[in-house]
Design a protein around this ligand. Structure first.
Ligand code: GRF
Length: 199
């Protein structure tokens, strides 16, 4: 199947997924394109260096509906089956989500439904959570809300700062995302209500 990766920043999750595919740890898929809304996103440069197809579809100053229509057109053009949000810092419009029903995954650096939105690791620290982690979920029309595919938890340490916690959560993200993608690609699951059930 053909993955379309969307990113806005450094792209460590993207690079980790690309590595997993190259090493056959993630099978049955290829990266069809990497698209960024930020023209000089480091992750987009990295994708280019890997020889992948890339597109910069700049969002600044463009109405969401218009920008998302361009994104959807590009994803279709590249024959994308599954959309992978990897640090894509824009909320998707309902039109975008309806164009790929149950075919968009996101990773978030908290144990949802705790701490949605920006700076999730900082939010967890400030709240005094003792367990943190990451969540891979299907994207629906509410932010950081869709059906959960997989979560990984780690303890918050007394000495943690937002930076040290984010770094340890990122290590978990790099385990979680390829595994979650593999599960979804296998098709061996059902969704009952909000519950993802592996078959
Ligand atoms: C990750 O923490 C991810 O959970 C969040 O954005 C960050 C992206 O990091 N959605 P990277 O660009 O993949 O390194």
């Amino acid at each position: 199947q053909r993955l379309g990766v969307l990113l806005s920043g450094r792209g460590s999750n993207f690079l980790n997924i690309a590595d997993a595919i190259a090493a056959n740890r993630l099978t049955g898929c290829e990266i069809a394109c990497v698209i960024s809304n930020i023209a000089d996103a480091p992750g987009l440069h990295a994708a280019r260096d890997l020889g992948l197809k890339t597109e910069a579809i700049v969002s600044k100053g463009v109405p969401r509906a218009e920008h998302d229509a361009k994104m959807v057109a590009a994803l279709h053009q590249h024959g994308v089956d599954l959309v992978i949000l990897a640090g894509y810092m824009r909320v998707l419009s309902p039109e975008f989500i309806r164009a790929f029903p149950d075919r968009i995954l996101n990773i978030h650096p908290s144990l949802l439904p705790s701490f949605p939105g920006l700076h999730a690791q900082q939010q967890a620290l400030e709240y005094g959570a003792t367990i943190a982690g990451c969540t891979v979920h299907f994207v629906d029309e509410a932010v950081d809300h869709g059906v959960i595919v997989l979560q990984r938890a780690i303890p918050v340490l007394d000495a943690d700062t937002a930076e040290t916690l984010a770094k340890r959560i990122l290590a978990e993200e790099h385990i979680a995302y390829p595994e979650a993608i593999q599960r979804v690609l296998s098709g061996r699951y059902t969704v009952e209500g909000r519950r993802y059930i592996a078959r």
